[in-house]
Write a protein that binds this ligand. Structure first.
Ligand SMILES: [Ca+2]
Ligand SMILES: [Ca+2]
Length: 153
């Protein structure tokens, strides 16, 4: 499994090395996870918490539009009915969490819903109290320059 990526996150033409680092598994198999970014020989680290299962965790780079710098994405499946996503930006000297969300469908996708050239993050949600298919809905997050903010359609 590959928990390492290379990408220029802050636009200075030097690629950053991005890694997910897991602690040893505890007795029920979960791990503590940290995100590490190495930029020009300096290392930055963000503790993500415990309850990570390396087998169900994915590190990705997300690009949502032409003039927006790429983001780091950590997706984590928590059983058959949930997936969580955290999104981070790196501006050269710190890792900033810009979204923490989840989907219980589970389905998290990136779609340009309003055709403005940048993608929104769409989390499908089911209403298990009612009809989980007919009453499903979407949480939509749009980048506002600082973070992914939930919007209403
Ligand atoms: Ca860079
Ligand atoms: Ca859009």
């Amino acid at each position: 499994m590959l928990f390492s990526k290379s990408m220029d996150l802050d636009g200075d033409k030097n690629p950053e090395q991005i890694s997910l680092i897991f602690s040893d598994k505890d007795e029920i198999g979960n791990c503590r996870a940290s995100l590490e970014v190495v930029s020009k020989n300096k290392s930055f680290s963000e503790y993500l918490g415990d309850w990570f299962y390396p087998d169900f965790t994915r590190l990705d780079i997300l690009t949502i539009g032409q003039n927006i710098k790429p983001f780091i994405v950590v997706d984590s499946a928590g059983g058959a009915h949930s997936e969580s996503r955290r999104v981070y930006s790196f501006k050269g000297n710190e890792i900033i969490e810009v979204l923490s969300t989840y989907s219980d469908a589970p389905s998290i996708t990136e779609v340009d819903l309003d055709n403005d050239g940048t993608k929104e993050i769409v989390c499908k949600m089911r209403n298990y109290d009612k009809d989980p298919i007919a009453d499903s809905y979407e949480k939509i997050y749009k980048w506002n320059g600082e973070r992914f903010a939930e919007i209403k359609r």
